[in-house]
Unconditional design. Structure first.
Length: 552
């Protein structure tokens, strides 16, 4: 996965403004889904594009254990043109909105990269780049105003936090079913090559409303360490939670501005085998759905994380602000020794910061289970994000936008993919025998803008500036995938009850107050009861009914 994904990476709950249903979502349908809804994705086969492989595909160097993607350690010696005609024909500017984690790149009038890609597209794309950490706040404001751009990226993890999202799709976005179902997708061969499973998730209200961005890895999180700094201290990569916590005390030196951790609570939950499916659900011993807050594992994880904060092992900038740049503190400054991020963070951070620090060695810490036994690894099988096309556009405009998305989805080995990923030769990358290597300008201007309005068949690499990365990430991923959590609701698309969706962020913030010491731990049981009353029981009923209706 590219460095753009490094955030999924740092999922931050949407703000309080995002929980209001608002007049739009309440009025989008005659039958608003206040109680939630479930859809069996096996029932939507007739709406999906007919899958066709691309003749452009190249043989991988390393094979991933599915759902881990295959890896490429060498860059294609020669590139081909995937598309001969410019996809843009109108010359009319395309407005698009995508997220970014980190500094926003310059706009298209100041960006040689955007100008180069737009020239190949034939129609300019003008991006509005929004902070990924507060992206849902912006989405809710746009939905409430019924004002969306021509192309809108919606990260998958934000959708179930937006009440009545399916109602909004019918009002705000173009129904793409007739443009893409069956053989119609052949007009967009890159899109037709996407995995069918990704397309299934792009259906709302029994219609195809978006182009999915298929996930290029099954893991939402990993714990990374600055192995170069551990080596200097004569410390090994920890192999258990006890070793990790002991080592955290050894490496934390406030007088030298070094702390063990950023916020690693999701990883601590994983170490305690807290459920992660569908946001934190599992089936209990009596086959009744139960949420993480109700489990002994979550409470134990919360208590461990609370002690990590109490012991001063978390960098004070992280303690003080959600907006602290953990990536800089970890990868560039070495002020954090262990940082949680998405797997895609790894390559991008190594490539960017090794130019300043040649000894830099970012490595993942294998996942373990508190108390021993097999670990539990959360999965992330759903698409990374979805691209929606604004409603009310003429058929010719929709087709033009689909052609642009198709161009942006070109695979490894094409001229289009190289321009999209690496920009201009001599300006954004240096050509080497092992492939293009990004320049400083590339890291400034390329924030995977076009990645987030398209998608690609999942692959890993190649990355000539980090030649060991593909082998390392495939080795880590093929080992961790053995312990991937089983999702009882796999193949079921759930729209959670509005009350539950609206309460998710406030509930998370209250439990965060416990682990940060802002509330006494004695409040725990009361918060669980409050969660149940604020939509938790409604969600449980929906989860149980979805399984029953599916015959499970």
């Amino acid at each position: 996965m590219t460095s753009s994904r490094r955030a999924f990476l740092n999922l931050i709950g949407l703000g309080a403004a995002a929980v209001a249903t608002g007049p739009l979502l309440a009025g989008c349908s005659e039958k608003p889904t206040a109680s939630g809804a479930a859809q069996n994705l096996d029932d939507v086969a007739g709406l999906l594009p007919a899958h066709q492989d691309l003749a452009l595909s190249i043989k991988p160097d390393l094979v991933g254990t599915r759902p881990v993607p295959d890896g490429y350690t060498t860059y294609p010696a020669s590139l081909v043109d995937a598309i001969t005609d410019k996809p843009g024909t109108s010359g009319q500017e395309i407005r698009a909105m995508t997220p970014v984690w980190g500094p926003a790149p310059p706009g298209f009038r100041q960006s040689a990269y955007l100008q180069a890609v737009n020239a190949e597209l034939g129609t300019p794309v003008n991006f509005t780049i929004q902070d990924g950490g507060t992206y849902a706040d912006k989405l809710n404001a746009m939905f409430g105003a019924r004002d969306v751009p021509d192309l809108l990226c919606v990260p998958g993890w934000e959708i179930d936090k937006i009440p009545r999202f399916s109602d909004a799709t019918k009002v705000l976005f173009t129904d793409l079913t007739d443009y893409l179902k069956g053989s119609a997708a052949a007009a967009y061969p890159m899109l037709a090559s996407f995995p069918t499973g990704a397309w299934r998730n792009a259906v709302w209200n029994q219609r195809l409303y978006a182009v999915p961005n298929p996930t290029d890895g099954p893991f939402p999180w990993a714990l990374f360490t600055r192995k170069d700094l551990l080596d200097k201290r004569g410390l090994p990569v920890p192999k258990s939670l006890d070793e990790l916590l002991t080592m955290a005390g050894q490496v934390t030196e406030p007088k030298k501005s070094v702390w063990a951790f950023g916020d690693i609570f999701p990883m601590v939950q994983m170490y305690h085998r807290v459920p992660g499916a569908k946001g934190g659900w599992r089936l209990g011993a009596n086959k009744t759905p139960e949420f993480k807050y109700e489990t002994a594992e979550y409470r134990a994880a919360l208590e461990v994380m609370a002690k990590i904060y109490q012991d001063g092992l978390v960098h004070p900038d992280i303690v003080a602000s959600k907006g602290a740049d953990q990536n800089q503190l970890f990868a560039r400054n070495g002020a954090i020794i262990f940082a949680q991020a998405g797997v895609g963070f790894w390559q991008g951070a190594q490539a960017e910061h090794q130019k300043v620090n040649r000894e830099l060695n970012i490595q993942p810490v294998p996942i373990f289970a508190a108390g021993g036994g097999d670990p539990l690894v959360w999965g992330a099988a759903d698409p990374i994000s979805y691209t929606f096309i604004k409603a009310g556009l003429a058929k010719e405009r929709v087709e033009e936008l689909l052609r642009v998305i198709n161009w942006c989805s070109a695979p490894l080995g094409t001229q289009e993919a190289q321009l999209r990923d690496y920009g201009l030769a001599g300006k954004h990358h240096t050509a080497t025998s092992n492939g293009p290597v990004k320049t400083d300008l590339a890291f400034k201007e390329i924030a995977n803008q076009f990645f987030f309005i398209s998608g690609r068949n999942p692959t890993v690499g190649p990355y000539p500036d980090t030649p060991n990365y593909v082998r390392d990430v495939l080795a880590y991923s093929n080992e961790m995938v053995k312990y991937l959590e089983k999702d009882p609701w796999d193949g079921l698309k759930l729209e959670m009850p509005a009350k539950y969706a609206a309460s998710r962020v406030p509930a998370e913030e209250k439990f965060n107050d416990l682990l940060r010491g802002r509330r006494p731990m004695s409040d725990y049981d009361g918060l669980v009861q409050e969660w149940k009353a604020n939509g938790g029981e409604e969600a449980r009923a929906l989860m149980a009914k979805a399984l029953s209706d599916a015959g499970r």
